[in-house]
Design a protein around this ligand. Sequence first.
Ligand SMILES: Cc1cc2nc3c(=O)[nH]c(=O)nc-3n(C[C@H](O)[C@H](O)[C@H](O)COP(=O)(O)O)c2cc1C
Length: 205
Amino acid sequence: MQIKLEELPTPQVYFTMTQCVLPRPIAWLLTENDNEGYNLAPFSYFNAVCSDPPLVIVSIGKQDDGRDKDSIRNIRERHEFVIHIASCDQLAELNQSSATLPPGQSEVEASNLELIRVKGFRMPRLSDCKIAFFCERHDIQMIGSKKQQSLLFAEIKEIYIADDCAEINAQGRIKIHADRVQPLSRLGAGEYSTFGEVMFAKRPD
Ligand SMILES: Cc1cc2nc3c(=O)[nH]c(=O)nc-3n(C[C@H](O)[C@H](O)[C@H](O)COP(=O)(O)O)c2cc1C
């Protein structure tokens, strides 16, 4: 099968692309609402793109009615936010946090997730996530033609890694045990994948 994307309507392009870029990491994004409550939502148009400065990108579309999603509206108004890496056993909570609640209503309060305060950063993090990126807004660029997306460049200022998932190895480098993080990843539509086997390959000289 060979597919010409220009012949497909945009929703079909989305479904085709998201079933081919496999698996995708998920940014579980915590932002602050106007009323000091917290908004939480998952985004799988997400990846690391630069180390100096340390940047990840998240591409955030519009609501069906054309309004901005709460996450990007909050980030335009307040420049600090937290991106978490969810574990496979958090699928139900992560999926539930993608529900569209009225602006200002907190997905965190609607769940049984707990927040924990962090010294030196305005935002808390989800206490049960193994990895959390404490970020500041670096840039937002608008992409797309008819229905524009906000491409968020997030600068990571600090990273939390659960003690049982990280250690300093013999070379003095941080070693993260991905098999202990058990990151959840997204396939197409409502499909997700669990963490598989770790393979190792030495880089050629
Ligand atoms: C696993 C998963 C990944 C998602 N990825 C994206 C994404 O990359 N971009 C996007 O705009 N919406 C994505 N969504 C939909 C948003 O999570 C959803 O629109 C959410 O209601 C936005 O919340 P907010 O209005 O509180 O920001 C995803 C949903 C799920 C369940």
